[in-house]
Design a binder for this molecule. Structure first.
Ligand code: DAH
Length: 360
């Protein structure tokens, strides 16, 4: 029970204290400054105050009534003292708060959380993809974004007349040797496939490698093209590697990324550096293959390009195609992120729109 309630109870129990108690309560409740409470303390508890009058009254009572009245008087003093202290604390707190408000700080407001940064959605998808292949025993390798024509095209069996090599499609930087007659041969890599050559050149099979990174193309920028984008390249070279292993690997990958019920299909395609080559579709994760707007009613979503590494590629790195075989694949990360998260425009990834970016 609080002091105030107990005081009221006390005044009901002791008719003789009723008016003193009521007066004390109203004096204390009327205090609005520390001066007020100091005055109140003198008026109620001081030597010439109300409490003194109470005890004088008690001393004039018949002897048998005095002990009970004395106890009530003492309790009155204790309660009033406590009530005054409480009032003082209340006044002090409000003074403190007022001065804080004057400084422009309202300490009663809840704290503000500073905006926290987080991983970009593309970084997350790259990490997810790479993580899956690490769990299959692949190691991560990276290569330079400013690359030589040799690694980007030549060693990947991409002939000089291939359209990708035209000035319209590739960002050329300059000639490695200013004296040479031939056209520029330093470029921004147009895919992550040159990492295959760099790794094969420097190591011997068995190789199980995954390589994320940026690639650049002189594409017209629109909802599905940006001049810079991310790819993840993967390849395996060993004795006896088959296309069945390629398909099995990609199926495990698709299930880990898109859900355990997914299947994959390979459609024949052409890439200069693989033979045979295929494009890979995963059964639509949204409709389970029944057909919906995400898969454009086909039931399938294209996720990557792949194939068996062409013997001509092996010849550039000195591997004997009779001894070793291998598969390779490459995927566009933006495309996969767009499908997985239902994003309609690739440019959103590169706009500094916090509202979009913080959705993921
Ligand atoms: N480099 C290809 C591209 O950018 C993707 C690709 C296809 C990579 C087949 C591969 C592959 O390693 O085997 O479109």
């Amino acid at each position: 029970m609080g002091e105030l309630e107990r005081l009221r109870e006390l005044s009901r129990e002791n008719k003789s204290l009723k008016s003193v108690i009521e007066k004390s309560i109203s004096i204390i409740q009327g205090c609005s400054s520390l001066e007020d409470t100091r005055d109140a303390r003198i008026r109620i508890l001081g030597r010439k105050g109300m409490i003194t009058a109470v005890f004088e009254g008690i001393s004039k009572m018949p002897e048998d009534e005095r002990p009970a009245a004395g106890r009530a008087g003492n309790e009155f003093r204790t309660l009033v003292t406590a009530l005054l202290e409480e009032k003082e604390k209340e006044i002090e707190a409000s003074i403190h708060m007022e001065s804080r408000e004057l400084e422009g700080i309202d300490i009663t407001l809840p704290g503000r959380c500073p905006p926290l940064g987080k991983k970009h959605i593309l970084s997350k998808v790259i990490d997810d993809v790479v993580e899956i292949f690490i769990s299959l025993g692949y190691s991560v390798e990276t290569g330079p974004e400013v690359e030589l024509d040799y690694y980007n095209f030549e060693a990947l069996n991409t002939p000089a007349y291939h359209p990708a090599r035209s000035l319209q499609d590739t960002f050329y930087v300059k000639r490695s040797d200013p004296e040479r007659e031939e056209p520029d041969d330093i470029l921004l890599r147009t895919h992550t496939s040159p990492v295959q050559i760099r790794v094969m050149e420097s190591r011997k099979p068995p190789l199980y490698v995954i390589s994320p990174g940026k690639a650049y193309r002189k594409d017209e920028i629109d909802a599905t093209h940006t001049a810079m984008f991310f790819q993840v390249e993967g390849f395996a070279v060993d004795r006896g590697i088959t296309m069945a292993q390629l398909k099995g690997t990609l199926e495990v990958f698709a299930r880990k990324l898109f859900g355990s019920k997914r299947t994959v299909r390979l459609r024949p395609h052409f890439f200069p550096f693989t033979e045979p080559s295929a494009e890979v579709d995963v059964s639509c994760f949204a409709c389970d293959g029944a057909g919906c707007s995400i898969c454009k009613h086909s039931g399938w979503l294209e996720i990557l390009g792949c194939g068996m590494i062409d013997p001509n590629v092996f010849s550039h790195v000195g591997y004997d195609p009779e001894e070793f075989s291998g598969f390779a694949f490459g995927m566009g990360i933006e495309r996969i992120a767009m499908m997985k998260y239902g994003i309609e425009d690739m440019r959103y990834f590169y706009d500094d729109n916090i509202k979009f970016l913080s959705r993921f």
